[in-house]
Ligand binder design. Structure first.
Ligand SMILES: Nc1ncnc2c1ncn2[C@@H]1O[C@H](COP(=O)(O)OP(=O)(O)OP(=O)(O)O)[C@@H](O)[C@H]1O
Length: 282
């Protein structure tokens, strides 16, 4: 039986009167590459932000590696203004911080690349390694021995070698071409040794050749690091070539799920999304 890595149950995120994600349930199993797609404003990034602890969902539960990790229900003023579905289904609150979630084995990249742009490539990866190692203020401040520092440095350099970025280790991250900055951002995420990697529009701003290379790169790291991947992407070519399964959101609601072939032939998806994407790309 497939092992569930990530499970969303009836997740709703409401901002004021805007229901950005409405009653989203989805599952990602070990070893899968799953895509979350949908037109602009469909709620994809908001869903990622709920999964990674940036937002506390208004309602719903998110389980990671079989354990409830995030949970909430409409409270206070939201009790009255809640417009999502399944109010009353959840009764507990669980709200780990993004750091705690990273530590549990989840890493993400962002739509707008987030690197320490004035630091070197190597320092960017080292900082991510520290995030993984850091258990609390005491261990990070007092107990990280020289030996541990040296080990982390070796591992960071090895990671850069695997990504063919080692020759750039002393370069300032912000000076790298865009495609390499994306690769470095993914290397930083890998430095935290995730079991689940979330990629938010990894091919944003890339031309077809770069997108093609990125598709191969994602496949390579998927195998090399035994990863499970959930990605948001507008480049349909990448999505269709790489995904085992696809979930489609429109106006915050899940409108379809299935294999790339099923999604490509789903009239509702074509109407809501693919038609729009074709227009936009032509
Ligand atoms: N912090 C916020 N406060 C208020 N509304 C928000 C906030 N974040 C997102 N929204 C709204 O939620 C909806 C979903 O936005 P979201 O960014 O999740 O969509 P998306 O599918 O990721 O879009 P895109 O493909 O353009 O990145 C939009 O209507 C957006 O304006």
């Amino acid at each position: 039986m497939s092992e569930s890595i990530l499970n969303l149950e009836h997740v709703t995120m409401q901002f004021g009167g805007v229901v950005a994600v409405n009653d989203l349930s989805l599952e990602v199993n070990k070893g899968e590459i799953v895509a979350l797609i949908g037109p602009n404003g469909a709620g994809k990034t908001t869903a990622f932000n709920c999964i990674t602890g940036v937002y506390e969902p208004t309602n719903g539960r998110i389980s990671f590696l079989g354990q409830p990790m995030v949970e909430n229900f409409p409270q206070g003023k939201m009790k009255k203004t809640y417009q999502g579905e399944n109010q009353g289904m959840f009764t507990h609150k669980l709200a780990p911080t993004p750091d705690q979630i990273t530590h549990m084995g989840m890493a993400r990249t962002f739509q707008n690349i987030r690197l320490f742009s004035s630091l070197s490539v190597l320092d960017n990866v080292l900082i991510a390694k520290h995030m993984r190692a850091k258990h609390n203020v005491f261990s990070s401040t007092f107990r990280l021995s020289r030996r541990e520092e040296a080990r982390m440095r070796r591992e960071a350099i090895a990671l850069l070698e695997e990504q063919n970025l080692d020759h750039l280790q002393d370069e300032v991250a912000g000076s790298l071409p865009y495609g390499l900055q994306r690769r470095l951002e993914i290397a930083r995420a890998l430095a935290t040794e995730p079991k689940l990697l979330l990629l938010d529009e990894p091919a944003a701003g890339m031309n077809p050749q770069e997108t093609h290379e990125l598709t191969d790169f994602i496949r390579q790291i998927h195998t090399r690091y035994d990863l499970t991947i959930l990605l948001i992407e507008h480049h349909m070519d990448l999505v269709m070539r790489i995904s085992d399964r696809i979930y489609v959101l429109d106006f915050g609601k899940l409108i379809a799920q299935g294999t790339p072939e099923e999604i490509q032939n789903n009239p509702r998806v074509i109407e809501a999304y693919l038609g729009v994407a074709d227009d936009a790309e032509n």
